[in-house]
Design a protein around this ligand. Structure first.
Ligand SMILES: Nc1ncnc2c1ncn2[C@@H]1O[C@H](COP(=O)(O)OP(=O)(O)OP(=O)(O)O)[C@@H](O)[C@H]1O
Ligand SMILES: [Mg+2]
Length: 277
């Protein structure tokens, strides 16, 4: 579990994160959504320590990352996997060498052990046959899967994915989402994912944090989104006439089945649907 307590970050006199608090649970894909420039990437970089926060605390399973010394931070970093936007593979290395890279950097064990671990991860993302290929020879979706294999090779407790679906078609995007979700549940990883992808939000948004101008504007699940009265969230998610109609239909469907009460009760929400936190 990762807990953010009132984190703030500015560049020069521009405040980017204006005091964000949130809890990212383990075994879940925690989504961070919001318009371009709302501070999603800055927040993710703060959480992993690529950028220092100006104020606030970041707790990794109760331990405050912001006050750790270099040695303690290194230990946490070894438990972090990252999937960068655009995959960020090394072009001059094969798929296998790319996935091997974190093991060479941090891992111990023999070359044989490392090769075995790489083979396991490539198998897990269904890329066994592409081990000897170079990034230029594989598709965008395959590159993402190599990125995922590389991110999980060290058995991370925490996984960060910045826009893992950018540039993919909707079906491939959903496959990538499914894979990330399966791995998250399988290994009880605390996964944090920045996304623009509304399919992702609606399909796998157990826990969604909606950022608006550097603040947490709303937090909840994909089920709660359908009943949210938050105008900014609604404008963002249901941006088109088509989606607004789809929302109404979904509300109607859930109301007539009576299932919405159960969903809200399980989430500890109230029945008025006013779920702004
Ligand atoms: N290193 C930096 N120095 C100065 N300003 C920065 C820096 N990094 C980010 N910013 C600013 O912080 C703001 C938030 O940027 P961020 O990249 O977090 O947005 P985002 O929500 O991830 O957007 P997108 O959806 O386009 O990826 C932007 O105004 C950006 O210009
Ligand atoms: Mg970003």
């Amino acid at each position: 579990m990762i807990e953010l307590q009132d984190i703030k970050k500015g560049f020069g006199d521009k405040e980017i994160l204006k005091g964000v608090s949130a809890v990212m649970e383990s075994g879940k894909v925690n989504l961070i959504i919001g318009a371009s420039g709302s501070g999603k990437t800055v927040m993710m970089k703060c959480i992993v320590g690529l950028i220092e926060v100006d104020a606030g605390k970041i707790l990794y399973d109760g331990k405050d990352f912001t006050t750790m010394d270099t040695h303690e931070r290194k230990a946490i970093r070894q438990e972090i996997g990252m999937l960068f936007q655009g995959s960020a593979l090394f072009d001059s290395m094969t798929v296998e060498q790319n996935v091997m890279f974190p093991l060479d950097m941090f891992g111990t064990g023999s070359y044989r052990d490392k090769k075995k671990r790489v083979a396991e991860c490539l198998e897990r993302v269904n890329l066994k046959d592409a081990a000897r290929k170079y990034p230029a020879e594989i598709s965008g979706g395959m590159k993402k899967r190599v990125g995922i294999a590389r991110a999980i090779v060290l058995n991370p407790k925490y996984l960060f994915c910045d826009e893992p679906n950018s540039g993919l078609d909707p079906q491939t995007s959903l496959l990538i989402d499914q894979l990330i979700k399966e791995l998250t549940v399988e290994y009880n990883i605390t996964t944090v994912m920045n996304t623009h992808d509304m399919n992702t939000v609606m399909e796998s948004g157990d826990h969604i944090v909606y950022m608006y101008q550097g603040q947490k504007q709303w937090e909840g699940s994909n089920k709660e989104i359908v009943f949210s009265n938050d105008q900014l969230l609604n404008d963002f998610i249901f941006a088109s006439e088509f989606l607004r109609e789809a929302k109404e239909m979904r509300q109607h469907e859930l109301f007539s089945s009576g299932k919405w009460k159960e969903d809200l009760k399980n989430k500890g929400g109230n029945e008025s649907g006013d779920d702004k936190k």
